[in-house]
Design a protein around this ligand. Structure first.
Ligand code: MF3
Ligand code: CO
Length: 255
């Protein structure tokens, strides 16, 4: 069931989203070679709690940490650990969510550690472009296939793989609500977007094949072929005035 949010509810989600933006911006400063992903997780949890919010990932279906930290061929849901030390040349995806005043925000980004290959640079850039193209199509009256197709077309034009087994999602009082938001699809197909819907759009794009597998820890998802993957996500409100990126304050779509 899709729950529509009224303007007062979207205002609360905006507060949650803007707080998550602040948390993620400050996390960027502690990401460097030699740092463990566990240390980044502790930093994020403290930031969230000090602001009076709750880390939404912690204990979600038994998930043990407040962020997901996925390195190189890890697609999503990498569990932060003391043994995972960031190395120059790797790419790291950080995914984080929080609950403020009962409302959820969810956002992810990917960065390079020190100098990275031009291939990885391009992957990160194009994944972000995929997100913004998808989000620009998230307007009332359009369909979910318009969003997915915008992401897929751009990724595949670069020869990249679009992960299919994981998708974006509706979000509100719960982190995962209807509808599912695939990063692929056909224009004019799928559920119709309405003003008041709030969705997390989150392309996961690989340098190789799109096939993924789950590791024995029950969480970490990796590419089957070992290719690197980039992930980028924002919480997006569909409004009368177009899409609003609740986790990217002040962003305005071009045109
Ligand atoms: N942020 C992820 C998503 O976009 C969910 C993380 S799963 C968790 O769907 F278990 F880590 F919380
Ligand atoms: Co999400």
């Amino acid at each position: 069931m899709i729950t529509l949010k009224n303007p007062a509810q979207i205002a609360k989600m905006r507060s949650a989203g803007h707080l998550l933006y602040d948390v993620l911006e400050s996390i960027r400063e502690v990401i460097k070679a030699g740092e463990s992903t566990a240390a980044i997780d502790v930093y994020a949890e403290e930031k969230i709690r000090r602001a009076g919010a709750i880390p939404s990932f912690l204990n979600y279906q038994g998930y043990p940490k407040s962020i997901c930290a996925s390195i190189d061929d890890e697609v999503v849901h990498g569990i932060p650990s003391d043994g995972a030390i960031l190395k120059e040349g790797s790419i790291l995806s950080v995914d984080c969510g929080l609950i403020l005043d009962g409302w959820q925000a969810d956002s992810a980004f990917t960065v390079g550690i020190g100098r990275i290959s031009p291939e990885k640079e391009a992957l990160i850039r194009v994944t972000e472009e995929c997100f913004f193209l998808g989000a620009a199509a998230a307007i009332q009256g359009n369909r979910l296939g318009d969003v997915g197709n915008a992401v897929q077309k751009h990724a595949e034009a670069h020869g990249y793989g679009v992960v299919r087994e994981l998708t974006g999602h509706g979000i509100g009082r719960s982190m995962h609500e209807d509808p599912s938001v695939p990063n692929y699809g056909l224009p004019g197909h799928g559920g119709r977007l309405k003003s008041g819907m709030v969705i997390a759009i989150e392309p996961m794009i690989t340098l190789g094949s799109y096939h993924v597998m789950e590791m024995d820890d029950g969480w970490t998802i990796k590419t089957v072929d070992g290719s690197a993957c980039s992930h980028y996500e924002h919480t997006v409100a569909i409004t009368e005035n177009g899409p609003e990126l609740l986790t990217l304050p002040g962003y305005r779509f071009p045109g």
